[in-house]
Each structure stands twice: as structure tokens, then as C-alpha cells.
Write a protein that binds this ligand. Structure first.
Ligand code: FAD
Length: 307
């Protein structure tokens, strides 16, 4: 029951203010967020790279309220591109973007988001790296996949995320499983209605496996975005059956979650990419991480109570 409440709270400005200003929040947030500043995130990435891991950067931000803010978010990613070039990290680091941070929810937002994301994808390609479009709530899926299709005409390595909790996703996987396509499969982190999404964890997990079968059997590059040990084992088996070599798919996990498992997969010579969020706008991301695991919320509340 708590999950939907927390995911709802992720979009409440009042709760945002209360949580963001609570003195102990910072220590709990640090578990999931690599820092508020780019240099802190770069330090994290250097240590992950030394441990044999690749990363995808997320400059935190979502649900942008106006065009100026959307432009600032674009510029933050362009600055990130220059930092990757300067620090010689482009071989290890790609970028994940939320189109709502680029203006997707504004009037005319589809076009605004496309115009803002394109220069980032273009600069990433010049540097030899790429961009993956994160997936947000179900109302954005058509627009996000249409922007993906447009970008892939010139930048075929642009990736997308699909969420197994949505009924539509198995079909989306079929459509996206072609040559050169990069697809991150996740379970889904938003509070979705029963008309469009499975509500029961077991159904979401089963759908994940069905979608993964499609992606592994296809011609694209599957990115297995999950911390679930059962999913990891199934992915290894499906890749083996599909005759995929270890560089023909990758695992992805979030910064701060199941780090021992991340190292274990690297030791088995799998490609492991860690999703590294940084920036000051961490509230929505943080609340979704609390919602995923009741123990996280208990830890957060205990920290508050012990002050
Ligand atoms: P679960 O069954 O939820 O978790 C399996 C195990 O992982 C748990 O038992 C626990 O041990 C551990 N775990 C999971 N979550 C946490 C947590 N928050 N704190 C501590 N331990 C935890 N969702 C989207 O909707 N759109 C996206 O674009 C998106 N991008 C993602 C990118 C990456 C690289 C990853 C890994 C996830 C992304 N997600 C995204 C989130 C995803 O949808 C899930 O909400 C999240 O990954 C939890 O699902 P799970 O597959 O890990 O399985």
C-alpha cells in the first residue's frame, strides 16, 4: 500500500519541501545519489570505471515547468558531454535523459523535448558515446518512442527504456528488437492505473521474462535493468540460449543498490553499467527508490526519529 502513496508524494510540492529540508534526509539520499555537483559524480564514475563498470549518467530533473528550465536542463547535459570529453570518460559513460526535464509536458512539449534532446544526442555521438531515453509515466510512452524513432534516423545508437508493468510493452519490445536497437528493460517505477498496467508483482515479473525473451531472441542490444536475482539468472540463461556473447547484452543497476551483485557480475566478465544520478533535483528519484522497498522507508523514518 505504501508504494503508491510514496510515488504520489514524488509529485507533491508540499511533501517535496518537507522532505528536502529535513536535516537527516541528506544522509539517506547519499545512498542513491552520487552528489549534487558534477565533479562529485565524476569522482564516483572514475571509481566505478576502476572496478570494471560502465555508467549511464542522469542529471536529475523531471516535470520541467517552463521552457527556460528545459533549456537549462539541456545545457546541463551539454556541460556533462564536455566534462566526459575533458576527463576522457566517453568510452565508459553514456547518458540517460528524462524527456519531461526537456519540456515534454509543456504545451507543444513533444516538439520542445525533441528540439532540446537532439543537440545532446548529436554531441554525444561526436564524442563516441550515446544517450538512452528514460521512460516516465504511461502517458508519455507514445511521444517518447516517436522521439526515439526520429533520433535513430541520424543517431541509430540512441536507446530507449521499456517497462514490463505496462500491457503494451511486449508489443513495443517486438517493434524495438531490430538490428542496432538498444533497449533497457525495467519493471517500471511509476504509479500506473489498472487499465494500462499489471498491479501485481508476480504479473510484472512474468511480463518481464516474456519481454526479455523477445529482446534476447531479437537482433538488438538488450540492457537488463534489474536488481532481481531471479531476473539476472534468467537473463544469463536466455542470452546463452540465444547464442549471445557477453558483449552482446549488458546488465544495468542503480547506483547504491546491490553493489556486491554488481561486482559479482563484473567478476563473471559480464558488462555491468551503473545508473549514476547527480544534481540538486533529487526528490522525485529519491521517493521512487523509497517506494520500491518498504525497508528503505523504515530506515528513513528511523533516521528522522533518532534526531
Ligand atoms: P524488484 O523486484 O523491485 O527488486 C529486486 C531486489 O532489488 C529487491 O529485493 C532489493 O534487494 C533490490 N532493490 C530494488 N529496489 C531497491 C531499492 N530502491 N533500494 C534497495 N534495494 C532495492 N523505471 C522506470 O519506470 N523508468 C526508467 O527509465 C527506469 N530506468 C532504470 C534504469 C536502471 C539502470 C534500473 C536498474 C532501473 C530503472 N528503473 C526505471 C526502475 C525500475 O523500473 C524498478 O523500479 C527498479 O529497478 C526495481 O525493480 P527491480 O527489477 O530491481 O526488481
Amino acid at each position: 500500500m505504501l508504494g503508491p502513496v510514496l510515488r504520489g508524494a514524488a509529485r507533491s510540492d508540499t511533501i517535496r519541501h518537507a522532505v528536502s529540508t529535513a536535516p537527516v534526509t541528506r544522509t539517506v539520499v547519499d545512498r542513491y545519489v552520487a552528489g549534487e555537483r558534477l565533479d562529485e559524480a565524476l569522482r564516483t564514475v572514475r571509481s566505478l570505471a576502476a572496478a570494471g563498470m560502465d555508467v549511464t549518467f542522469d542529471h536529475l530533473g523531471e516535470d520541467t515547468g517552463d521552457r527556460a528550465e528545459a533549456s537549462r536542463n539541456r545545457d546541463a547535459y551539454l556541460a556533462l558531454c564536455e566534462a566526459l570529453a575533458r576527463e576522457d570518460l566517453a568510452a565508459h559513460a553514456e547518458m540517460s535523459v528524462k524527456l519531461s526535464a526537456f519540456g515534454q509536458a509543456l504545451p507543444g512539449g513533444h516538439e520542445v523535448a525533441y528540439e532540446n534532446v537532439r543537440p545532446v544526442v548529436e554531441r554525444a555521438a561526436e564524442l563516441g558515446t550515446m544517450v538512452t531515453l528514460d521512460m516516465e509515466d504511461h502517458t508519455t510512452v507514445d511521444s517518447t518512442l516517436a522521439i526515439l524513432a526520429e533520433l535513430r534516423k541520424d543517431f541509430p545508437r540512441t536507446g530507449a527504456v521499456v517497462q514490463s508493468y505496462l500491457f503494451r510493452t511486449e508489443d513495443d519490445c517486438r517493434a524495438l528488437a531490430g538490428e542496432g536497437s538498444r533497449v533497457r528493460l525495467v519493471k517500471g517505477a511509476y504509479d500506473e492505473p489498472a487499465e494500462v498496467a499489471y498491479q501485481n508483482k508476480r504479473d510484472v515479473d512474468r511480463a518481464y521474462v516474456r519481454c526479455l525473451k523477445v529482446l534476447m531472441a531479437g537482433k538488438g542490444y538488450p540492457m537488463v535493468g534489474s536488481h532481481d536475482p531471479r531476473i539476472v539468472a534468467i537473463a544469463q540463461e536466455l542470452a546463452r540460449r540465444a547464442g549471445r556473447k557477453q558483449d552482446e547484452f549488458e546488465f544495468q543497476m542503480l547506483y547504491g543498490i546491490r553493489e556486491a551483485e554488481q561486482r559479482r557480475l563484473v567478476a563473471q566478465h559480464h558488462r555491468m553499467r551503473v545508473y549514476v544520478p547527480y544534481g540538486t533535483d533529487w526528490y522525485g528519484y529519491f521517493m521512487r527508490r523509497l517506494a520500491e522497498r518498504p525497508a528503505n522507508l523504515a530506515f528513513f523514518l528511523r533516521s528522522l526519529a533518532s534526531r
